[in-house]
Design a binder for this molecule. Sequence first.
Ligand code: FE
Ligand code: FE
Ligand code: ZN
Length: 294
Amino acid sequence: MLIGSHVSFDKEEQLVKSVKEAISYGSTTFMFYTGAPQNTNRSKIKDEKTKEAIRLMQDNNIDIDKVIVHAPYIINLANLANLDFGVRFLKEELERSEQLGIKYIVLHPGSHVGVGIEEGIKNIILGLNTTLKNYQGDIKILLETMAGKGTEIGSKLEELKQIIDGVDQKEKIGVCLDTCHLNDSGYDVDDIDNLLIEVDNIIGLDKVYCIHLNDSKNDKSSHKDRHENFGFGRIGFDTLIKYVYHPKLEHIPKILETPYIDKTYPPYRYEIKMIQGKKFLSDLIEKIRKKEEI
Ligand code: FE
Ligand code: FE
Ligand code: ZN
């Protein structure tokens, strides 16, 4: 089972810290930002730290080919005023990821901030084509399904498909399904078989390289994007667990982006254990607070 969470990337220890954190949760994969998600301060990649991290992954059965980078939120390719900056930063993210040996970068398609979805999609396509022009590496940029908060693009599978269709180097583009976002944007995530057929028909299931496994604080079609702990939200345990064990999704890394308890305690070790046990534990949050074993 390929399961993990988002973890931090330390300025000094870099990927070594991320791997150690992932291991401490019992993860078999993980996702990280190469710095703070909300800013663009990034430190230079240190090759000796990367080597150490790769050894640590090998010793702990973590396949680096399934590890994910998440691009910072401030990249907004849908907005022309931000396009140059976004392209520059995304290019640097490709270089950093390459240096770290990572194969996938998750990207929020962007928010059109008033120009409309069609114009926004055009801008995203321009941004991706400019970023990938002359790009020779083998990293894929994964467009994430969005909740449709504000003017977000990508809350419909058709919008992601339209973007992919406009990109010259199509083989460099994939998709990341976020269960909270799909629910909030209006998809019936409980009917997984039907949803996967829809994904397959519109985009192609072979384009899905990452799943964000989040519960939602809000109802279907709320367009809110507020994550809840696994099984404790409106999606619920029985639905989310289907994404973990569905045979069609077996090879895809699944990442928890669920909130810390009391903004203090990471829930991931507990959530992963509960997922492995395939049984909902209604007292999980209390156990995390008390640091009680499960
Ligand atoms: Fe995201
Ligand atoms: Fe996500
Ligand atoms: Zn989200």
